[in-house]
Design a protein around this ligand. Structure first.
Ligand code: ASP
Length: 325
């Protein structure tokens, strides 16, 4: 009996000291930062730049892992089941707030199943098309799409992706039900756009900027309220024919529920260093994006924004009547 009591006491002591001891040695192996979309795409681009800056601050390696599929819902489903020890993280975008409206049976609860490290960066989107699409400005683009709605195809990264959301808003605004073509991310989507296999796409500047600058695709407008400094020739869609049209793709870092507080504190501190890193800020600015302020790169900053965005998008999506099972 004594032995049993002693060994129970030892176990309890071990459990009690584990989080603290763990935080001192954390990270004890490479940290995985999962991305819900394909390699080479916009979310992946943000993740890889962030991983470099956060790794330095954390004193360990952060490895980006692409977990694409099902409109970006597979990565959070896997994160929910991962060990809550700080070695599994995820960078996800606005899709975390559109998924509850879009999926009847979502395998995770965005506001309950995770720990929230903080927001990272806001990224506008761009309306782009294959090079030989006839229109040369946004008004012409909208007229062309309306007149040719039976033959224009629009790519996206699956139900719940930012490109899907932007396409959904665009199609309902211009009242044109286009043929949509889903991919595992907008990196493969843009490859097909470059090859002329698909006609149009709305995608983040983090993916489209270099292609726009090279002149290999056509670009018509940005989805932000104001012009984007790195793409000064593109008008906001709201000023060029679609009043009120706005999509801002925000990003956040998540950890599995139950990750020890001292480990979360280390991660939040590393994120704070990353968002102040001039190299990260410059890389994001070159790609048309804006790194968030310090108060947003916090657990409350992310969770409150996620809640507000779920409240904003769910009724819009329900009204549009789009669902995935
Ligand atoms: N961000 C893209 C989207 O949601 C997907 C990707 O990152 O490849 O459309």
């Amino acid at each position: 009996m004594k032995t049993l009591v002693r060994s129970l006491a030892a176990t309890a002591a071990f459990v009690l000291v584990l989080p603290g001891a763990h935080a001192q040695t954390y990270p004890s192996k490479p940290v995985s930062l999962s991305v819900p979309f394909a390699a080479g795409g916009p979310t992946d681009t943000v993740a890889r730049a962030l991983a470099v800056s956060m790794s330095k601050a954390l004193g360990g390696t952060i490895v980006v892992e692409n977990v694409p599929g099902a409109g970006g819902t597979i990565a959070p489903t896997k994160l929910k089941a991962a060990a809550p020890d700080g070695h599994s993280l995820m960078l996800a975008h606005i899709g975390m707030s559109t998924a509850p409206g879009l999926y009847r049976a979502l395998p995770f609860k965005p506001l309950e199943d995770f720990e929230y490290i903080g927001q990272v960066v806001d990224v506008p989107m761009t309306f782009i098309a294959k090079k030989d699409l006839p229109p040369n400005d946004f008004k012409g683009f909208v007229d062309y799409v309306k007149a040719n709605k039976d033959k224009v195809s629009m790519a996206n990264a699956g139900l719940g992706s930012a490109s899907h959301l932007c396409g959904l808003l665009f199609m309902s605004t211009v009242q044109a039900d286009l043929t949509t073509v889903p991919y595992k991310g907008t990196a493969p989507a843009i490859n097909d756009l470059l090859g002329g296999q698909v006609d149009v796409l709305c995608d983040q500047t983090t993916n489209t900027t270099s292609h726009i600058k090279s002149g290999r695709i056509k670009a018509y407008a940005v989805t932000s309220k104001a012009r984007v400094p790195s793409l000064p020739d593109l008008p906001p869609a709201a000023d060029a024919g679609l009043p009120g049209f706005e999509v801002n793709v925000w990003h956040g870092v998540y950890a599995p529920k139950g990750t020890p507080k001292p480990v979360l504190d280390k991660l939040v501190a590393a994120l704070q260093v990353a968002i102040a890193d001039p190299a990260f800020i410059q890389r994001m600015a070159d790609l048309g994006s804006v790194v968030v302020s310090k108060d947003k790169a916090t657990p409350d900053g992310l969770k409150n924004h996620l809640r507000a965005e779920i409240d904003k998008w769910t009724p819009i999506i329900k009204k549009a009547g789009v669902y995935a099972d």
